[in-house]
Design a protein around this ligand. Sequence first.
Ligand code: AMP
Ligand code: ZN
Length: 111
Amino acid sequence: MSDCIFCKIIDGDIPSTKVYEDDKIYVFKDIYPKAPVHLLMIPKRHITSLAEVTADDADLMGYMLTKVPQIALQVGCEKGFRTIINTGADGGQEVYHIHIHILGGGGPLPF
Ligand code: AMP
Ligand code: ZN
């Protein structure tokens, strides 16, 4: 998607602080962190939102969830973390490329 900022981040056209990357996903630091650890995990394949996910995406979605705890552990969230997927206007989604927020790293989250 040529006008998608997260696709541009994957392509390196917009700078980001990369934490992890493989052939399927890209993980980077949220630019406005709401916790000491605030990462965004995105699939390299553009999917607009959780509301648009189909059966064809099941393997990729499962893969992302299996990577979340591995990456959270690597960045110091061994006592826990929070995952959030905002979906659609009422869900507070601002960027329409599906992403999993990973938050934690500073003790119990205050929100
Ligand atoms: P959401 O409201 O779930 O769509 O979250 C979008 C998130 O993307 C917000 O937490 C933003 O701070 C974050 N964000 C937007 N632009 C960038 C960027 N260029 N680099 C890193 N994070 C970004
Ligand atoms: Zn995209």
